[in-house]
Design a protein around this ligand. Structure first.
Ligand code: NAD
Length: 542
């Protein structure tokens, strides 16, 4: 048991390295990329202390060169998932009882491993597996992951520190117990940091976890697993299974010990899982915690007072960085007529200056989208826009999957504010713009609020404080992360806690104390020092 009231170092955000020519970090990541590109790894299931090769495998390839195989991973059967649950529950006996400072030390060590010896490797893996350019890999796989680990440890101590009042006759304490059972973490392809954070945040609070990474991210998930092992996460605390998402999920949900789900991914998948949990509610020992961050249809609205260059830069960066595959990516914009020509010209100039290709070439701003079905979906929306009378392509509109899944950054202009691509999450480098009459600013705010089912991120650009005030009020429920004069992407842990409402998720704000609170079940302990021995109260006196 702890014999001191320990303090952790104040969490600080990891500085983003530049990767400019001739920097040591550029050399290191290029070498790591080459090495990982040319070796073929094999990723087993990680269950308890075992690394299980089922023999049923799938290849891992790079989206920007889909015929290039960088390894294979093994797929779980139902029995493996059951085994992962059993191992997690066994590991819980020791893990849940482990003093918090030991857990803190493990995850702080993991942060330092990412920051130092694993930095080039986790960035290179993310460049290969998810086709991120080096800057996008660095802000995600290195910096955001480090920040999640460091800040969550600090938030954990703040939670433990939050204690009720006592008086001389009694001592009241609150213990923040891990959930009774195990937590299921399901992670998306698009952020290596999220992939590491969803199992880690629950485990940090004393929970045991079964983690299912996305099929498209196994290659970089393997680096996370290696880091957790080296940091000292004990066997069985985070068990990793790959394969048929539905079978794995159904098997997990059959367990009476299923105590919570930490999900990030698309809205329809999350709603489907929530529905299944609901039908089994009488089966579980405890009400499962359901935490999910899901899709977005994130907006930019420019007021006539805005600076057109700032608006076009917000649109271009917000929509096209990482090929628009951020849940926060700007995918619909509302521009006043008086500004449109200038914004349009600048966007065309910017997009035409962007190079597209492999992330191995550091000059490429745009690389490939994640897989063929994403490519095909994007191509079909672009083709439809070319045909529709109420849409036109302003720039981009070409795509090619012969070598990698490349889709040009594309701007669709529509005269219909409810056009399909103003409402539907496409998750690619496509933004749709609606030009509004300047005098219809207030009506347009209403339109922004009512156009999509999502409420994840959004941005207003204006130099007028009245307009900013009006937009902030009118769009109160339209975004969980609202930006004033900035692009709607790039939330930083500890600075802009991230998450949306409506169909965008449960808004439990990843990288905040609120999120960690979902992974504990407080127990209040009241201890009385001089215990009464007579039931009569003074008021009963004669
Ligand atoms: P996805 O929904 O396809 O997959 C997410 C995870 O769910 C993967 O592990 C996948 O294997 C699993 N899955 C898929 N079908 C399933 C099923 N039927 N049952 C159980 N599990 C299933 O999402 P993706 O393509 O990996 O990621 C993109 C989506 O994630 C976008 O909608 C994006 O907006 C969202 N996202 C949201 C946030 C956020 O913070 N709000 C962050 C990142 C991504």
């Amino acid at each position: 048991m702890p014999k001191g009231i320990f303090h952790v170092a104040k969490a600080v955000n990891e500085p983003v390295k530049s990767y400019a020519p001739n920097t040591p970090e550029r050399k290191a990541v290029s070498e790591a990329y080459q090495k990982m590109w040319n070796e073929k790894i094999e990723v087993p299931l990680y269950i308890g202390s075992e690394e299980i090769k089922t023999g049923n495998t799938k290849n891992m390839t790079a989206p920007h060169d889909h015929q290039h195989v960088v390894g294979k991973y093994h797929l779980a059967e139902k029995s493996h998932v059951e085994k992962a649950i059993a191992n997690a529950l066994e590991a819980r006996k020791n893990w849940a009882a482990m003093p918090w400072e030991q857990r803190a030390a493990i995850f702080l060590k993991a942060a330092e491993l990412v920051a130092g010896p694993y930095r080039a490797k986790i960035n290179a893996a993310t460049m290969i597996a998810q086709s991120k350019n080096i800057h996008q890999a660095e802000i995600d796989a290195a910096c955001e992951f480090i920040d999640f680990l460091r800040f969550n440890v600090e938030f954990m101590t703040q939670i433990y520190d939050d204690q009720p009042n006592s008086d001389p006759s009694m001592w009241n304490r609150v213990e923040y117990r891990p959930l009774e059972g195990f937590v299921y973490a399901i992670t998306p392809f698009n952020f290596t940091a999220i992939s590491g954070n969803l199992p880690a945040s629950a485990a940090m609070m004393g929970n045991v976890v079964v983690w299912k990474p996305s099929d498209s991210q196994v290659f970089s998930a393997k680096v996370i697993i290696d880091i957790f092992k080296e940091a000292g996460v004990p066997d069985g605390v985070i068990n990793v299974v790959f394969g048929d998402a539905e079978m794995i999920t159904n098997t997990i949900l059959e367990s009476r010990d299923f105590a919570g789900i930490h999900f990030t991914g698309s809205t329809h998948v999350f709603k489907g899982i929530w529905g299944k949990i609901g039908t089994k509610i009488n089966h579980y020992k405890t009400y499962p915690r359901i935490v999910g961050e899901t899709g977005g249809k994130d907006f930019i609205i420019a007021h006539p007072s805005a600076n057109p260059k700032q608006v076009s830069t917000g649109i271009v960066r917000g929509a096209f960085e990482f090929q628009g595959q951020k849940c926060s990516a700007a995918s619909r914009a509302y521009v006043p007529k008086s500004m449109w020509n200038e914004v349009r010209e600048q966007i065309i100039t910017d997009v035409n200056s962007m190079k597209m290709g492999s992330p191995e070439d550091f000059g490429n701003f745009i690389t490939a989208v994640i897989h063929e079905s994403s490519f095909d979906k994007l191509a079909s929306y672009i083709e439809q826009a070319k045909k529709d009378a109420d849409a036109e392509i302003v720039v981009g509109g070409n795509y090619d999957k012969s070598k990698g899944y490349f889709v040009e950054p594309t701007v669709i202009l529509t005269t219909n504010p409810k056009y399909k691509t103003m409402e539907t999450e496409l998750f690619g480098p496509v933004i749709t713009i609606y030009v509004y009459e300047d005098e219809k600013w207030s009506e347009t705010l209403k339109l922004v609020d009512e156009t999509s089912e999502y409420a994840l991120t959004g941005a207003v650009f204006s130099t007028c404080r009245y307009a900013i005030t009006e937009a902030t009020k009118a769009l109160e429920n339209s975004a969980g992360n609202f930006y004033i004069n900035d692009k709607p992407t790039g939330a930083v842990v500890g600075m802009q806690p991230f998450g949306g409402a409506r169909a965008s998720g449960t808004n439990d704000k990843a990288g905040s104390m609120q999120n960690l609170l979902r992974w504990v079940s407080p127990r209040t302990i009241k201890e009385t020092f001089v215990t009464p021995v007579d039931y009569r109260y003074p008021f009963l006196g004669e």
